[in-house]
Design a binder for this molecule. Structure first.
Ligand code: MTE
Ligand code: MO
Length: 415
């Protein structure tokens, strides 16, 4: 018999005994006492009728990312991270979706009746759509993650919200951009599009035509309702698997062009250093264990389900491997549900902790065979001297190590 199964059965037997306060043989009277009491208050007040709220006992919240205030003093900069440590399944609730804005953006209050999307430039028929017109077109609904290129882990971070909270996963509904572009008629030498949001800095990005014609969505729906204002209400672009900055919110204009257009987004990212200068487009294969993760506490040795999220800009997650000995041996984790392309995928791993100090890691392998690298491998890629602690440049899709101390406390193990 599978030894993991035996461990789990033992664990379940023991918990039943503890809950009843007695040995299993005499469980019946004890079970009566163990049932939760009838609560003094019941829910059902007016505020809970119109738009449902969660239990007041559930308090998981987003936090400002990277130690800066969000919003900043001008109300213009928001970078807010998702509480991945409390996540279950793969859907990020809209209220907990991370938020990323480029400097100078605000959250506009757009009346959808007045909103328009213009498609122009190198097209046969320039078009202007109302929201109603967009909603009449054939739609698609797909699960996709978004991840900010600034989602990076360092050794000062203590929780998975700090190391990985700038990614979220939602069910998006809208029209394929290819449907709109075919309607407009793209001219032969048009190789790029520039998409623009409504704010002063425009949140604009250049996207290759091959991507635009492939799987880019123009979304009005998110998790079964209208896209939230922080996520781009009433209309946002979604370029599945591309860095967060390409997913233009509050979308008002798409210009079809024949070359890469420099936009504010490029200037915001350009530095004097040619290696660091460019946007990276596709997100690499990535995963992180969300439970147990930094700042959490294991009550004692015994059975645990290790659980985490994996994703890749390259397509579906094919496999996730987990190590409990700091990378000496790797075992396949289970994927929960069917992995969707460019979407968070939940993995789980049955673990019997023997109570000694150890290190947990996970690594993602995607459907095109890309393997999530270690921090040392990323450092080597960027030609860093091997005697220095690895510093990740560009995108950070490196493996996250969590150290389990013998007292059950979990810590970020980045050197
Ligand atoms: N119009 C507009 N679109 C934008 C931005 C912005 O500031 N303005 N920020 C971008 C960045 S940097 C990221 S990471 C994603 C974040 O999407 P989210 O806030 O829905 O999570 O939106 C992108 N789209
Ligand atoms: Mo971002």
């Amino acid at each position: 018999m599978d030894s993991q199964k035996t461990d789990r059965r033992e664990f379940l037997k023991r918990s039943a005994a503890v809950a009843g306060g007695l040995t299993l043989g005499a469980a019946e009277p004890a079970l009566g006492q163990a049932v939760a009491p009838v609560p003094a208050n019941i829910l059902g007040t007016d505020e809970l009728v119109g738009y449902g709220d969660r239990s007041r006992f559930v308090t998981s919240e987003r936090i400002p990312h990277g130690g800066r205030a969000s919003p900043d003093t001008f109300g213009l900069d928001f970078h807010i991270a998702t509480p991945l440590q409390d996540s279950v399944g793969v859907v990020t609730p809209s209220s907990l979706h991370y938020m990323g804005t480029t400097r100078g953006s605000y959250v506009p209050d757009i009346n959808p009746a007045e909103h328009r999307l213009m498609i122009h430039g190198m097209v046969e028929r320039p078009l202007v759509f109302t929201m109603e017109e967009i909603k009449r077109l054939p739609s698609v609904t797909r699960m996709h993650f978004i991840e900010c290129a600034g989602n990076r882990s360092n050794r000062r971070h203590t929780t998975v919200q700090e190391t990985h909270g700038m990614t979220s996963n939602a069910e998006w509904t809208g029209v394929l951009l290819s449907t709109l572009l075919e309607e407009a008629g793209v001219q032969d030498d048009a190789d790029w599009i520039v998409a623009e949001g409504v704010e002063e800095v425009k949140g604009a990005s250049s996207i290759p035509m091959t991507k635009a014609m492939d799987d880019v969505l123009i979304c009005y729906g998110m998790n079964g309702e209208d896209v939230r204002p922080q996520q781009g209400f009433p209309l946002r672009m979604l370029a599945p698997g591309f860095e967060g900055i390409f997913n233009v919110k509050w979308l008002r204009r798409i210009k079809v062009v024949d070359r890469y257009y420099m936009t504010y987004n490029d200037y915001g990212h350009l530095t004097q250093d040619p290696v660091n200068a460019a946007l990276g487009y596709q997100i690499g294969p990535k995963s992180v264990i969300t439970h147990p993760s930094g700042g959490q506490q294991l009550p004692g040795k015994g059975f645990y389900e290790v659980s985490g999220l994996a994703w890749s800009g390259g397509g579906r997650v094919d496999r996730v491997e987990v190590t409990t000995d700091g990378g000496l041996t790797w075992t396949d984790a289970k994927l929960r549900g069917t992995a969707q392309p460019m979407a968070h995928t939940r993995f789980t791993f049955e673990w019997d902790w023997d109570g000694s100090a150890c290190e947990l890691q996970s690594r993602c392998i995607d459907e095109i065979g890309q393997v999530q690298p270690s921090r040392a491998q990323v450092a080597e890629f960027w030609n860093q001297p091997p005697d220095q602690p690895p510093r990740v440049r560009g995108q950070d899709n490196s493996i996250q190590p969590w150290r389990v101390d013998s007292d059950g406390s979990i810590h970020n193990a980045i050197a």
